[in-house]
Design a protein around this ligand. Structure first.
Ligand SMILES: C[S@@+](CC[C@H](N)C(=O)[O-])C[C@H]1O[C@@H](n2cnc3c(N)ncnc32)[C@H](O)[C@@H]1O
Length: 298
């Protein structure tokens, strides 16, 4: 790239470079242009909402650093948030690296709208998140519900190290407790809300995923034969961990029909999202408990 160049010119070139490399977007960005912008704005410390940013000249150091990042993104297919060490979720920045899934769940929208109109919580809810990864859901929930107490679990000690860093970054260590646990095993007490974005990719689909996804921990994606291995355990164990008026919200992504077929007796709600995504099932503790009196699926 020849110098000098404006942000607008660099953005066009970078977009062309990434599109030509056939990168796959899906880690918080939708297009090669979004990815190019994420890299350029991050390196230059620019705000996306700043209308003057387009006309800024890119200095030689920034240009070199951006060129390096674009090259790595294009050739090694590393998702941008891992390259920058940062992902955004529910309007908040989170440190990420290859020990955790890159935050992208539609839970962000449910949390920022405080789950309205889908469910209502008491003033100071106790919230449990299973499979916290970077901690994004637990931390965003703690901030959306200022008087809440949150327990966030993960089976991966490495993921919990990342979550700890984010809990400290957002100043919620007093209200978000991180616990290493397998599903609900060893978790004590009852909660008003149980949240989980568990691994739910069916094993047979893992190998067909684009190279970007192979950078993420397999443990964060692999959901067993039909994708529901951990989801089944959560549904079965949840009634013992929920308050009578509590709620469960669990993400299954493209597994909506599989879940409906596996648990026909459970009246799941399926929120629609203004900002994209789907596949989060919501059910009340009472409906889940009533359904559990009938035999759950094989
Ligand atoms: C899809 S990722 C979600 C991460 C984060 N909550 C998010 O939404 O970005 C699933 C997480 O569940 C964790 N996990 C996998 N199996 C688990 C289990 N049996 N018990 C608890 N956590 C588990 C993984 O380590 C991973 O961090």
């Amino acid at each position: 790239m020849s110098d000098p160049v404006t942000v607008a010119q660099l953005l066009d070139r970078a977009e062309t470079q990434l599109a030509a490399a056939h990168i796959v977007c899906g880690h918080g960005t939708a297009t090669p242009r979004d990815e190019a912008a994420a890299i350029i704005y991050h390196v230059m410390g620019l705000q996306h909402e700043n209308p003057q940013a387009y006309g800024r000249r890119v200095g030689a150091d920034a240009l070199r650093r951006i060129a390096d990042l674009l090259e790595v993104r294009a050739t090694r297919r590393i998702p941008v948030p891992y390259l920058l060490g940062e992902a955004w979720f529910a309007g908040l920045p989170f440190y990420v690296d290859e020990r955790v899934l890159i935050p992208r769940s539609p839970f962000a929208e449910l949390i920022t709208t405080r789950f309205s109109p889908w469910l209502a919580l008491p003033g100071h809810p106790r919230i449990l998140e299973i499979g916290t990864g970077s901690g994004c859901i637990a931390i965003a929930a703690a901030l959306a519900f200022p008087g809440s107490e949150v327990v966030a679990t993960d089976v991966s000690a490495a993921a919990l190290d990342v979550a700890r860093r984010n809990v400290e970054r957002h100043g919620v260590a007093g209200r978000v407790q991180l616990v290493q646990a397998d599903g609900l095993r060893g978790i004590a007490g009852r909660f008003d809300l149980l949240l989980s974005n568990p691994p739910y990719v069916p094993d047979g689909e893992l190998e067909d995923m684009p190279p970007e996804y192979a950078r993420e921990p397999r443990l964060a994606l692999a959901g067993g034969a039909d994708g529901l291995a951990l989801v089944r355990r959560i549904l079965q164990d949840a009634p013992r961990h929920l308050q009578r008026d509590g709620w469960l919200a669990v993400e299954v992504g493209a597994g909506i029909e599989t879940l409906e077929r596996a648990f026909p007796q459970v009246p799941f709600l399926w929120p629609e999202f203004a900002h994209g995504g789907d596949g989060i099932a919501i059910v009340s503790a009472q409906d889940l408990t009533a359904a559990a009196r009938q035999p759950f699926d094989k």
